[in-house]
Write a protein that binds this ligand. Sequence first.
Ligand SMILES: *Cc1c(COP(=O)(O)O)cnc(C)c1O
Length: 360
Amino acid sequence: MIPVNKPFLPPQQIYQSYLDGIWKREWLTNMGPLASDLELRLKEFLHVDHLLYVTNGTVALQMAIKALDLGGEIITTPFSFVATTSSIVWENCIPVFVDIESTSLNIDPEKIVAAITENTSAILATHVYGNPCDVDAIENIAKKHHLKVIYDAAHAFGVTYKGKSIFEFGDIATCSLHATKLYHSTEGGLLITKDPEILKKLASIRNFGISGFESFNQLGLNGKNSEFHAAMGLANLKYIEEISKRRQELSARYDDKLKNLKARRPIWKTDSENNASYYPIIFETEELMLKCKEHLQLNEIGTRRYFYPSLANSLPYLQPQQFEITDDISKRVLCLPLYYNLTNEEVDLICRLLLRIQNN
Ligand SMILES: *Cc1c(COP(=O)(O)O)cnc(C)c1O
């Protein structure tokens, strides 16, 4: 069986060496030394000024919405993981969907402008598959209309745009360090902001809104992460360059072998490099996509329809809405297996099966 994804696991002794320290210190959570060290190292690695390590990527999104005091309508993309939308609803805001660009698969800035009303407070956009949104256009729109911007950068670990971390764009960017992501700490999330005031607020929210031994300064939650998770994050960080390099190689191999497949790849933003967090392809038709998916499944090869169905017409707590491009793309897109331990031979097999079935 070749699954669509396999989490990276560091050599067990390395994880064990961190556990030895936890047993010595008997400090398990509440921003212990490993969690703090992880924040420091990630700041260095990503070249960002401020960063918080939190429970997961979903809580990070909820905290971001809370910290920016958002209310009313938040303009967002229907082509993402459900947490992008559910966090808006969870924070008592109204998600207003606008369609995506057929090239990048990211939210279309022109359609954002058309959706702005007097109730709009923010834009929450996803860098889909790590591909940067049109951050320049979105920033201009936000400035002009006095809107906040949050980027769900769950897929964008390590991505840069014009030489800067993609996490540095928007008022707040969030990332997920879930086991299925490119870089992970089993469960985990990140919050990144350039604004020290927002950082302070986020740090307080992460710790129940506690400001002193007997005082509180705002509504908070428990957004902390444990030393055990931080240990996995620290261990995996030692391998991040190796992981990235291998995933790039595998992606390039797919690119090369699948040239004649009746499918295309999303168009990547210029001045940015693909971090190979996923390997999505958009087939010419849904019929061909389903045929390929089924054939791979018969050969014990897993794939995922990321992201199908559209968030705008599948959530039981929202009125269904159709969007021309999102509905069309989401029906035809498929993510192929991509993970550190995937072999060249396995990629070749997958490509052979795809090309054979398409010509049947
Ligand atoms: C994985 C993911 C999330 C949620 O992250 P968790 O850490 O699993 O809570 C949010 N948004 C997107 C786009 C994701 O892919």
